[in-house]
Design a protein around this ligand. Structure first.
Ligand SMILES: *Cc1c(COP(=O)(O)O)cnc(C)c1O
Length: 462
């Protein structure tokens, strides 16, 4: 299996090189040169597999020459850290199926991919005899999942910038209580946008990038998408076993389009998904894209589901590539139009395709709180605010004819404020957060300037 860029400037690179490259060198995103296709027999055999076995079946269709024994070992170690024996169990509650993706070490779905990516990076670097310095900015969930993915790993250091005083107490504790010597938490005196700008500028300095062999862990890395494809197959198998239904809906609370794009890949591989349902919060560029047939930027507003407070979805480009029949020139033209006008328009034929792939709904603050409250009163289960967005969209749009699987992307304990506002009580704390306030912490507070961060990295990385 080879990989290519959505912009046409990179082709025929291996899985290993695609993982190490992260963002394609021409500025595009990497994709497999063809989508592996599965038949009914494959699907039926998948139904019987435990999560790590299923992951091996899916990954090995994307990894080309990667030795099977190494891949199996990486998968086993990545999912042994999950607190549930099924890794991503499915439960049937209040008329929907919840796909529980929050049993990893940092209690959000990002662990499913980042536990694997951390092990994969370590493996590839060891083979090449190279080191890597990972740099990223976070508004909360990605930072902790990435840190937990690489803590204590050989040949990798990680530098995560978060805005000082502007992330939730639990998110801050999850990051700063990791005191392994290869982990550097940096609180910058600024906001999330400052962090992202600094990281971008540092990556843009190609000399510095090469000298310190910088690496990225955000959701543009192909391995993250690949790892997320697995749970769509897993959930489908569990639901089919229970209901006998072949065709189902998935409802996905969406920000950067990474999680739902994995669902799109699963559908293209042959999983009988009727439609993928996009749930957005008030930052609803993606639901407007589906419902109005126009991808038009707005401004970011803070919401109850902060991990989806995003306007420009970085993985959207991957979908555009398929919408434009795998033509990189059309992708380039569309992105140029977006850069110039803040908008991409779609013709009638394209809109038809979009509506065959997706349904979408924007779920505001009031609806989110109402959904947490109603779900709790009928089941006793507390949804986190991101999950609530997906559950609401899933219930409203699936029509009840065929099962709908709602992706539960975080544990409610990570977002206690929203839960308290909805139901007037705190969610129970899972064991991994017990006593977290009393653990040793390590964090550097630095000015939000490129030079301060660059200096810090140069000092620690040598
Ligand atoms: C990151 C995140 C999302 C959004 O996922 P995307 O892949 O960016 O669409 C949803 N819920 C939670 C809890 C998250 O951390």
């Amino acid at each position: 299996m080879n990989y290519l860029s959505t912009r046409g400037g990179v082709r025929e690179i291996s899985f290993q090189d695609a993982v190490m490259m992260g963002l394609a060198d021409d500025g595009g995103l990497l994709l497999p040169s063809s989508i592996p296709s599965l038949n009914a027999g494959d699907l039926e055999s998948f139904e019987k597999l435990a999560y790590p076995e299923l992951a091996f079946q899916i990954f090995s269709r994307f990894t080309g020459q990667f030795p099977a024994a190494d891949l199996k070992d990486l998968i086993d170690r990545s999912y042994a850290n999950f607190s549930h024996p099924e890794v991503t169990p499915v439960s049937h509650q209040d008329g929907v199926y919840l796909l529980e993706l929050f049993h990893g070490p940092t209690l959000a779905f990002k662990d499913v991919a980042l536990q694997f990516l951390g092990n994969l990076f370590e493996h590839l670097l060891r083979k090449k005899g190279r080191e890597m310095n990972i740099i990223g900015a976070t508004s909360g969930d990605t930072g902790s999942a990435a840190i937990y993915g690489v803590q204590g790993k050989e040949k990798i250091r990680i530098f995560i910038l978060h805005p000082y005083g502007k992330i939730s107490p639990i998110q801050k504790l999850q990051m700063t209580t990791v005191t392994e010597p290869n982990v550097f938490n940096i609180a910058i005196r600024g906001n999330f946008d400052d962090g992202q700008r600094i990281v971008k500028e540092i990556f843009g300095d190609l000399d510095f990038k090469a000298r310190y062999s910088l690496g990225a862990v955000n959701s543009i890395n192909w391995a993250r998408v690949m790892a997320q494809i697995v749970y769509y197959f897993y959930a489908w198998g569990r639901v089919r076993r229970e209901t006998g239904c072949d065709s189902i809906y998935f409802s996905v609370p969406t920000g950067n389009f990474g999680d739902i794009f994995a669902g799109y890949m699963a559908k293209r591989m042959g999983l009988p998904v009727r439609r993928l349902i996009i749930g957005t919060n008030e930052n609803n560029i993606l639901s407007r894209f589906v419902n109005d047939g126009e991808y038009a930027i707005g401004s970011v507003v803070p919401t109850l589901s902060p991990s989806m407070d995003i306007q420009v979805a970085s993985n959207f480009e991957r979908y555009l590539y398929y919408l434009y029949q795998e033509d990189p020139n059309s992708v380039g033209r569309a992105l140029e139009e977006f850069g110039r006008t803040g908008k991409i328009r779609f013709d009638e034929e394209e809109r038809k395709t979009i509506r065959q792939d997706f349904l979408a709904q924007s779920v505001d603050r009031q609806m989110t709180l109402e959904t947490i409250r109603d779900f709790y009163s009928s089941t006793g289960t507390i949804l986190d605010p991101h999950t609530a967005v997906g559950v609401r969209a899933g219930k409203d749009l699936s029509g009840g004819e065929v099962p709908v699987v709602c992706l539960a992307t975080a544990h409610p304990a990570k977002f206690g404020d929203a839960v308290r506002e909805a139901i007037g009580k705190d969610p129970d704390r899972p064991a991994s957060l017990e006593g977290i306030e009393n653990r040793e912490r390590r964090c550097e507070v630095l000015d939000a300037s490129v030079s301060a961060i660059r200096e810090f990295i140069a000092r620690k990385a040598s």
